[in-house]
Design a protein around this ligand. Structure first.
Ligand SMILES: NC(=O)c1ccc[n+]([C@@H]2O[C@H](COP(=O)([O-])OP(=O)(O)OC[C@H]3O[C@@H](n4cnc5c(N)ncnc54)[C@H](O)[C@@H]3O)[C@@H](O)[C@H]2O)c1
Length: 365
């Protein structure tokens, strides 16, 4: 039986909007019927990406004109972080299904307002947290949640990667636009932490600075103010502790992401790339180790459609399943809010050189 088509409008067709466009073409029920972007060059990128399919594409400068002009079932928001709040306020006035790229927005107080408004929303509301959907990360999460390491006590994540890429209008060079690196980039990891640990963060300590990248860049005479390296420790309410080691001047390193979960019976690691899981159960001191290795093979087309190890495609499948009622909403507005709140706590911690309690960021719950 043919699947019913889902008419989608994309808001923001820069780097990530184009990845959505490419990946959506692997989902036959997804029809990209409109885009909204104020920059003509970005609009052209979208047309080029769609090729012959762009013939019927409606192009708008902003979300409000798109909502007024095109019949849609869903919107995917991939505009800069500081525009998410306004864009979401418009989208939430409709019943459309919404996938909003991480971070939910750039300011925690706006995120709380979005959560409140999303409560009355009839469509699916989904925050794009790709890292959950990288197949090796998904396999890792499932294994830890099913008890493979026993009672989870320590969770560590490392991202050693290339500097922030150039963006349309250079919006990502300033914390006032992004929310800060710990929100912009690291909300992915804080979301993973919450998801894997299955508890809420209580306090966060972050030591970080901009020590290498962007020092000689100026925009309108202003120097960027975004962290390029940090160590962050997060305490969770169930006693688990997590840490994140971020370097954005390590583009020569072999593995971009590494995650390790240590429980009371074993340790499980994942290395991305290559997508390898390494399971190391505890053994008596001196006994032979019993290490198991598993390479997670990712669909080549999904992999080629983006730069997130196939995650965009797999997240689309889950989002489209939620729309058609065949799957759950996996990442709610509340999840988006809590992940970025840990990031905002980390930003404050790095700035003020002190431990930040989460109630300082989110109020008493
Ligand atoms: N999930 C991920 O791993 C991932 C990766 C990269 C970016 N992102 C997120 O995607 C979003 C976009 O990032 P990007 O890298 O594509 O940036 P980008 O600068 O490459 O693209 C942003 C696009 O939005 C357009 N735009 C600006 N204001 C707009 C508005 N009010 N309405 C509609 N369009 C507008 C710009 O013209 C540009 O074309 C950000 O929120 C970013 O954090 C997520």
């Amino acid at each position: 039986m043919a699947q019913e088509s889902i008419r989608i409008g994309i808001v923001g067709t820069g780097l990530m909007g184009l990845e959505h466009i490419r990946s959506l073409q692997l989902s036959p029920e997804a029809q990209i019927v409109a885009i909204a972007d104020p920059v003509p060059l970005s609009q052209r990128w979208a047309r080029d990406e769609l090729g012959a399919r762009a013939a019927k594409l409606a192009v708008y400068p902003d979300i409000r004109s798109m909502l007024a002009g095109s019949a849609l079932d869903a919107v995917i928001i991939a505009s800069p972080n500081h525009t998410h709040y306004e864009v979401l306020m418009a989208a939430l006035e409709t019943d459309l299904h919404i996938l909003c790229e991480k971070p939910l927005c750039s300011r925690v107080e706006d995120a709380a307002r979005i959560v409140a408004k999303a409560k009355g929303h009839r469509g699916v509301f989904w925050v794009g947290m790709e890292y959950r959907f990288m197949p090796p990360a998904a396999a890792f999460i499932e294994a830890v949640q099913s008890g493979r390491v026993g009672r989870l006590i320590m969770l560590s994540m490392r991202e050693h990667r290339f500097p922030f890429l150039a963006k349309v209008g250079d919006w990502n060079r300033f914390s006032r636009n992004t929310g800060g690196t710990m929100v912009e980039k690291c909300c992915h990891f804080f979301d993973l932490m919450r998801h894997i640990v299955r508890a809420e963060a209580v306090r966060v300590y972050c030591s970080g600075a901009m020590d290498v990248n962007h020092l000689d860049e100026r925009y309108g005479g202003e120097m960027p103010d975004i962290l390029d390296n940090s160590y962050t420790i997060v305490d969770f309410a169930n006693g688990a502790r997590a840490m994140l080691d971020l370097s954005m001047f390590a583009e020569g390193s072999e593995r971009q992401e590494e995650i390790a979960a240590i429980g009371d019976s074993a340790k499980l690691e994942v290395f991305i790339p290559p997508g390898e899981l390494v399971f190391s159960p505890r053994v008596p001191l001196g006994a032979a180790k019993a290490i198991e290795r598993q390479l997670i093979v990712v669909d080549a087309e999904a992999m080629a459609a983006g730069s997130h190890f196939g995650a965009t495609y797999f997240q689309h499948r889950a989002f489209l399943a939620a729309i058609s009622g065949t799957g759950p909403v996996q990442i709610t507005a509340e999840d988006g809010y809590r992940a970025m709140a840990i990031g905002a706590g980390a930003e404050r911690s790095a700035r003020e050189h002190r431990v930040v309690e989460m109630h300082e960021i989110m109020g008493v719950e």
